[in-house]
Design a protein around this ligand. Structure first.
Ligand code: SF4
Ligand code: SF4
Length: 234
């Protein structure tokens, strides 16, 4: 069973940013009231294991339990459907972020460990619902190998401590496979070596890929589209 001290270790060992060269929040925040998309509960509610909550609470007052706003049925449903072992939480916001006290979800976003049908952790999949808001998902080539390695080590450690977590991400991977197959899209995969790959629809093949194989999304498809999206907000 995973313990608070396991999360303390896991946090200490997983600190690499997605990229040293790019501050991705500079791209998404102007389209989200100046706040990075993944740091606002309107977009992403951080979910933590209760052992992670204990680890964080022992170190910082950055976090509090999340309460869905009155009338927000979507947020309430997320909270209501959480298993007993998990908790929805909220931080004080990006201006007060404490890098060492981020949750595992913060450190990983927008990625998760992708598990193939044989149960092998083969790289990073991503939360595709955020393609229209998260700049990184239109620029996968900026993700650095150190981030990939640290993320996978963190989750493999977690899977060792709590095999139920492995099942959660196997299910998430299956969901991405089904969704992309139905859409006729290749799954973009960042391999364990930090290189880009693609998995074709209804296939287990892993094929080397280049950034142009995936293209960009939403306001990130071009400079013109980005400037237009900013203009529409003003
Ligand atoms: S990971 Fe995505 S959503 Fe989060 S700050 Fe970077 S670009 Fe924005
Ligand atoms: S702790 Fe930091 S990275 Fe995590 S949601 Fe809050 S501001 Fe964002």
């Amino acid at each position: 069973m995973v313990k608070p001290k396991d999360f303390t270790k896991l946090h200490a060992d997983f600190n690499a940013p997605i990229s040293q060269r790019h501050d991705c929040g500079q791209w998404c925040a102007p389209l989200n009231d100046g706040q990075p998309v993944c740091c606002t509960v309107d977009n992403a509610i951080p979910i933590v294991d209760k052992a992670e909550w204990k680890s964080l609470k022992a170190r910082t007052d950055l976090w509090s339990k999340y309460k869905a706003p009155k009338g927000d049925k979507h947020a309430q449903k997320i909270v209501d459907e959480l298993p007993d072992t998990c908790l929805a939480i909220e931080c004080k916001g990006a201006a007060l972020c404490e890098r060492d006290n981020r949750s595992l979800a913060c450190r990983s976003f927008p990625f998760y460990p992708f598990i193939d049908k044989k149960g092998r952790v083969i790289g990073l999949g991503y939360y595709w619902d955020f393609e229209d808001r998260c700049w990184v998902l239109s620029n996968l080539e900026i993700v650095e190998p150190e981030f990939v390695t640290e993320l996978l080590h963190a989750y493999e450690f977690l899977f060792f401590k709590d095999p139920d977590e492995f099942d959660v991400f196997k299910g998430q991977s299956t969901q991405q496979r089904r969704t992309f197959s139905k859409l006729g899209r290749d799954i973009p995969l960042i391999g364990r070596d930090g290189e880009l790959y693609k998995i074709p629809p209804y296939s287990d093949e892993i094929i080397p890929a280049k950034p142009s194989d995936f293209g960009a999304h939403g306001p990130y498809v071009s400079d013109k589209a980005y400037k237009q999206a900013i203009k529409e907000l003003s």
